[in-house]
Design a protein around this ligand. Structure first.
Ligand code: FES
Ligand code: MG
Length: 598
């Protein structure tokens, strides 16, 4: 008897699942199915296997990516979950990004990864997709691509690494990498110490073990409803992590059947919950850029979340989670204290409990069916005695940053710098800074404001994490640990200090005020007033901008965009500013011309 799949008289159901999905192929849907089946049978699958819902599993393993070292084991466990639940698990690769092995920066490649993810989800006959990832840019890239592809997706993170130990003191990537490097620069620890620390700072596979970008994004995936509540904090090397992977496979089969898609699941309330969690965990500044990019991929949410939304929520949300770099502990401590379940219960008076989650229950329903009494007030503070009262992340605007800049106030080491004015010491590029920062003759004091220009999205494609401008060596040697530092770049989520980032418009923009700040200009940061100003009159600013335009100095990156080949050219021409997410305009829900179609 002929296989009913090939009965040409039956139209192919556009809502069919499995290989019967009506995907573009060889023109005729029945012939396309016939071809898909014959090719996938070459891999050994039976008709029975091919009749099941298909769960795609995105594999971002690479031997260059220690943050993803456990992916082979996670893949096995996800497949077990899928297949125990009656689905067919088929894994496929996308690119793999590690922070240290993605030159010039991993951010440069985030949008490329999101395109890879979107197109591979769209191209293949998957009914639901498990996105396995972990390192900083991976989870945002996957969610951006997943929202745009709009097939059911569920996230599984690789989980944080364990802390290491040096001379009896716990250490972990990468807050302690930076702290110890700063001590080495200042001469307070020696070459033997720094070499021994290098052996212990990343003692297992998994993502950085503090509240850096990877941990922040894992917590935000839970808050958005895109990952189960227990998914964020279990260590990469734990058996709990493998059981989470197995149950993720089970949930993915449920999603394949329910067809709950990210554009339906995510609402503005989901994003508000994510921002509340971001403020309460003292999350990474990078997460702000990623959240903007993610929100702007969603046709109904794009444009409704702005930097001002983040600042507004911050004013009413205390910092509760005591993790480095804002506090003292590691992700393993957060996990042992109940992790996101404990935090969400603590925050529940502030949260939008009607927001949907990946399990098909609302956040409120999920919390009421998983009661938990937080018990570790030193790691997860109660609302009544926060670690920092409000606004761990604040947004500043003013003539120096008309479109905004960000300050992680909770990570400031010298609080008086949060309201400070001082003379600018300006570096025009990372290379200029590297050449002069340690010059004993550099005219700088602890009251100076260090300015680093031209590390924005276009000016230094990829917007490098160079915003943690080092304290000049001569001041570090005097014991200066913090200064007011301002740039149009980013910094690692694991770093701390009084550091203003993501200044927009960036210096490379010919009209940027930040691009014409000069040595000696008085620069003022006022956290209370949310202001970032340079005390230079409007006429003088205009004169400098014109002078810069005529001389051809600065703004060069802007001009060479058209003539730059390859992905770099695409990036420079298409990347938008940090307040929009540093995404490519043509990938946003609004599209290249703001949603206007011709
Ligand atoms: Fe991958 Fe830190 S380098 S999470
Ligand atoms: Mg990082």
């Amino acid at each position: 008897a002929p296989n009913s799949d090939y009965d040409l008289s039956t139209p192919i159901d556009p809502n069919a699942i499995g290989l019967r999905q009506k995907l573009p192929g060889y023109g005729d849907a029945h012939f396309s199915l016939f071809m898909r089946k014959l090719f996938i049978k070459a891999l050994g699958y039976s008709e029975d296997a091919l009749s099941r819902p298909i769960v795609g599993i995105v594999n971002t393993y690479s031997s260059f990516n220690p943050c993803h070292a456990n992916i082979p084991q996670l893949l096995d466990a996800v497949k077990r979950g899928v297949q125990l639940s009656g689905g067919l698990a088929i894994d496929f690769p996308t690119i793999s990004l590690h922070e240290s092995f993605a030159s010039p920066t991993s951010m440069y490649l985030r949008n490329l990864m999101s395109m890879d993810t979107e197109e591979m989800i769209s191209a293949q006959p998957v009914d639901a997709v498990v996105l396995i990832g972990g390192c900083d840019k991976t989870t945002p890239a996957q969610l951006m691509g997943g929202i745009s592809a709009n097939k059911p997706i569920i996230h599984l993170v690789t989980g944080p690494m364990m802390p290491g130990s040096y001379q009896g003191v716990r250490i972990g990537a990468c807050t302690d990498c930076r702290n110890n490097w700063a001590k080495f620069r200042a001469g307070t620890i020696d070459i033997e110490d720094i070499a021994a620390l290098n052996e212990e700072l990343a003692p297992t596979g998994g993502t950085c073990g503090v509240m850096g970008t990877a941990s922040t994004m894992a917590c935000l995936l839970v808050a958005l409803g895109m990952m189960p509540i227990n998914g964020a904090t279990a260590p990469a090397v734990s058996s709990a992590r493998l059981r989470i992977a197995e149950s993720t496979g089970t949930l993915a089969v449920q999603l394949a059947k329910s067809q709950l898609k990210p554009q339906a699941l995510l609402t503005r309330e989901s994003f508000l919950n994510a921002i509340i969690v971001l403020q309460a965990i003292g999350g990474s500044t990078n997460a702000v850029v990623h959240l903007m990019a993610i929100a702007n991929r969603h046709p109904l949410i794009a444009g409704t979340i702005a930097l001002s939304t983040i600042d507004g929520i911050g004013r009413t949300t205390p910092l509760l989670v005591d993790l480095k770099p804002s506090g003292d502990n590691y992700m393993t401590d957060f996990h042992a204290s109940g992790g996101m379940l404990a935090l969400l219960h603590t925050l529940s008076p502030l949260l939008h409990l009607s927001a949907m989650t990946i399990s098909g229950l609302t956040l409120g329903e999920t919390l009421s069916t998983t009661p938990f009494r937080p018990f570790s007030p030193s790691v997860i503070h109660p609302l009544s005695s926060p670690l920092y009262p409000a606004s761990s992340l604040a947004i500043l605007t003013g003539n120096l940053a008309p479109a905004g800049a960000i300050l992680k106030a909770s990570a400031s080491k010298y609080r008086h710098l949060l309201c400070h004015a001082g003379p600018a010491v300006v570096f025009t590029s990372s290379a200029d800074m590297a050449a002069r920062i340690d010059d004993p003759d550099l005219a700088v004091t602890a009251d100076s404001v260090l300015i680093l220009q031209n590390i924005g999205p276009v000016g230094n494609p990829g917007m490098p994490e160079a915003g943690l401008i080092p304290i000049p060596r001569k001041l570090a040697a005097q014991g200066v640990l913090d200064m007011l530092r301002i740039s149009d770049g980013r910094m690692s989520g694991t770093a701390g200090g009084t550091i203003v980032l993501h200044v927009s418009p960036e210096a490379a923009d010919p009209a940027s005020v930040f691009g014409v700040v000069r040595d000696g200009d008085v620069v003022r940061c006022d956290l209370e007033a949310r202001r970032l100003e340079v005390e230079v009159g409007e006429d003088e600013v205009r004169r400098r901008i014109e002078e810069r335009r005529v001389s051809g100095e600065g703004g060069r990156a802007w001009e060479v965009r058209e003539g730059t080949r390859g992905y770099r050219g695409l990036y420079m021409r298409e990347v938008n500013q940090a307040e929009h997410g540093a995404d490519f305009g043509f990938l946003t829900a609004a599209g290249p011309r703001g949603g206007v179609s011709d």
